[in-house]
Design a protein around this ligand. Structure first.
Ligand SMILES: Nc1ncnc2c1ncn2[C@@H]1O[C@H](COP(=O)(O)OP(=O)(O)OP(=O)(O)O)[C@@H](O)[C@H]1O
Length: 287
């Protein structure tokens, strides 16, 4: 492991004003900790993000280790979701958002991967469960169908069942696959959305506060599920719950005002935070 900055390569051009802002902001900033992984699933180098002329992310370089859970924590508005959304180019859909730097998925720059393919390889689960207004079966079958993963109905049935089993939902829904998914409980809907993400065999799963709309019991079911999923998937999760980050992540990254302040193995970050901003946040002084 080592600190890394990497060479800057732009895939969306920022304006001279934005570059000047960036130059000012970088004078004093250096991330503490282990930015890189020996076995990265994704690498990000020198990421800057602007919404119009307001910079939301400053020069972030960070790897997602293969089959690790990386938690992104920090006060509201520090840029966690913005950074997460860079990883599958969700920010491309925001016209006034400009990103520079380089992001790679298993060695391929994501700027060279077609957006739809990228989003099938880097799946996403959102804060609020968002099932399609269709049956439970169709929610899962949709992705595999459009990506041509099933040759026939039997194949598709198998994919749907496997995804629901992996998401720990099969036993609860196997007898009613044709009912509307919107009739499931919030926790079940979130597991359905995880099953939907898994059904197209992504390499990475992004989760943006996946439990924030759930009660403690549903949260604990999703946390158990995430711990199981990391056997097979690389997961990057935004969370406001420090307990959740402690329980399930391998590494934790602390953001503050758009900068990656400190990143280290979770236990180390929580027990021996180095930067005073990390210490203050973990003590609950702000956030
Ligand atoms: N679509 C947008 N247009 C303009 N500014 C935005 C947009 N999305 C986010 N921002 C700004 O970028 C900054 C980072 O926001 P972001 O949502 O990434 O933070 P966050 O750490 O995920 O916050 P929270 O924990 O409250 O969800 C904030 O100042 C926010 O107001």
């Amino acid at each position: 492991m080592m600190n890394s900055t990497g060479q800057q390569q732009f895939y969306a051009q920022v304006s001279p004003e934005q570059t000047a802002l960036k130059a000012q902001s970088l004078e004093t900033h250096q991330t503490i900790g282990e930015l890189t992984s020996d076995n990265p699933g994704m690498t990000t180098r020198r990421i800057d993000v602007f919404y119009n002329d307001v910079q939301a992310i400053y020069d972030v370089s960070l790897d997602l280790g293969e089959k690790e859970v990386l938690a992104l924590i920090g006060p509201s508005g520090c840029g966690k979701s913005t950074f997460l959304r860079c990883l599958n180019r969700m920010n491309d859909t925001v016209a006034h958002c400009k990103i520079s730097g380089e992001i790679s998925l298993h060695g391929t720059k994501i700027s060279e991967i077609e957006a739809e393919e990228l989003r099938s390889r880097v799946g996403m689960v959102f804060q609020k469960p968002n099932p399609f207004p269709k049956s439970i079966y169709e929610n899962i079958a949709y992705g595999p169908k459009i990506h041509g993963l099933a040759e026939n109905k039997a194949d598709l049935d198998e994919i749907v069942e496997a995804a629901l089993r992996k998401a720990g939902l099969w036993d609860e829904v196997s007898s009613r696959l044709d009912v509307p998914a919107t009739g499931l409980s919030g926790g079940q809907q979130q597991r359905l959305c995880i099953a939907r993400a898994i059904s197209i065999s992504p390499e990475v799963i992004l989760m943006d506060e996946p439990c924030s709309a759930l009660d403690p019991i549903a949260t604990s079911v999703i946390e158990d599920l995430m711990s199981e999923l990391k056997e097979n998937y690389t997961i990057c999760m935004v969370t406001h719950s420090m307990q959740q980050a402690k329980r399930i992540s391998d590494r934790t990254a602390y953001f503050h005002l758009g900068k990656l302040i400190e990143v280290n193995p979770t236990r180390q970050l929580f027990e021996q935070p180095v930067h005073q901003l990390t210490q203050g946040y973990l003590r609950g002084s702000f956030g």
